[in-house]
Design a protein around this ligand. Structure first.
Ligand code: SAM
Length: 299
């Protein structure tokens, strides 16, 4: 009885699989971040069924395809040739052939090439079939445990310090958890900038080497992050997702008080300090004026 069920489930799967093989479509296929077992059965079936596989780095993807026995022909599709790759893919689809799109790891189009290919395929009127699967941002988010109801995916910040700080300024007021990708050689300077621009008391989650042997997920206030990382050289190795809690009312109050104190310490009159703080943080001027008077009294 049990065998019969398994068999009928299997034949159902094979039927679906045959249907897919016949229809020209672009399949967007996520691949593991580091743990081969995270490649889904549907991803394996798709990669084994399609005629063509467009890969960010064909040399990187070849061993994975060999491992699952996929024999599709490869097309290089990286950030420097995405438009030409898109045109090739559209031509294959027009000839009635199936194509899968993969990146080196995780989900194509998420801080990876893919968006321009998808747009070209849609513009040409062909079907796009996305498969769910590994993505560093969502993997980190589900283990973050932050109270934010929303999240905002930033991906990589600019490498240059000035541009990075400017980008952080534009994110400071968002009432949503901020999700960043960062390279190990830049993680310290990025966290330092985040503490200054976003406010050191915000909660941070550092998710490193997700799904891999040395996976670690650490939570702390932003202001403590660099000390924690520097305390052990191993903590600076590998791949990082950084998640910073959003600008809640509590953070706003803390930010306003911090800015107000700085301006008062610099010798600005109470009225002017309150006005400037209101402009910088968006907090109410009257409340800041009252807070400034009480801070002056305490001083
Ligand atoms: N498309 C991928 C995805 O779906 O997550 C992201 C590709 S992006 C070029 C690579 C960045 O993703 C890394 O620099 C790191 O910030 C993050 N990342 C990838 N794998 C990771 C892992 N195993 N642990 C933590 N972060 C990871």
């Amino acid at each position: 009885m049990l065998n019969g069920c398994v068999l009928s489930l299997k034949s159902c799967r094979i039927e679906c699989f045959k249907m897919k093989e016949e229809s020209a479509a672009l399949y967007v296929v996520p691949t593991p971040l580091g743990n081969l077992a995270d490649l889904s059965q549907r991803a394996i079936d798709t990669l084994c069924a399609v005629r063509w596989i467009a890969a960010e780095d064909t040399r990187h993807t070849a061993p994975l395809l060999k491992h699952i026995g996929a024999t599709a022909k490869l097309i290089a599709a990286h950030e420097h040739n995405e438009n030409e790759a898109g045109a090739k893919i559209v031509a294959h689809l027009a000839a009635g052939e199936t194509v899968a799109l993969v990146s080196d790891a995780g989900t194509p189009g998420i801080s990876d090439p893919g968006a321009r290919i998808v747009a070209a395929v849609r513009a040409a009127g062909h079907r796009i079939i996305p498969l769910p699967g590994p993505c560093a941002a969502t993997t980190a988010l589900c283990a973050a445990g932050l109270p934010d109801a929303h999240f905002f995916f930033v991906g990589f910040l600019p490498a240059k310090a000035g541009q990075r700080r400017h980008a952080l300024e534009t994110l400071r007021a968002l009432p949503a958890a901020l999700v960043f990708y960062e390279a190990p050689h830049r993680v310290i300077e990025t966290l330092e900038d985040m503490a200054v621009v976003l406010g050191g008391n915000r909660n941070l989650v550092i998710a490193r080497e997700l799904t891999k042997l040395f996976e670690s997920i650490h939570a702390c206030p932003l202001t403590e992050a660099t000390d924690w990382l520097k305390a052990d050289a191993n903590r600076l190795r590998g791949e990082f997702v950084l998640i910073v809690s959003g600008n809640s009312a509590a953070n706003k109050d803390d930010d306003s008080e911090r800015v107000l104190k700085l301006l008062l310490d610099d010798g600005l009159p109470v009225k002017q300090a309150a006005r400037l703080t209101a402009e910088i943080t968006g907090a109410a001027k009257n409340e800041l004026y009252r807070l400034a008077l009480s801070l002056k009294d305490q001083a």
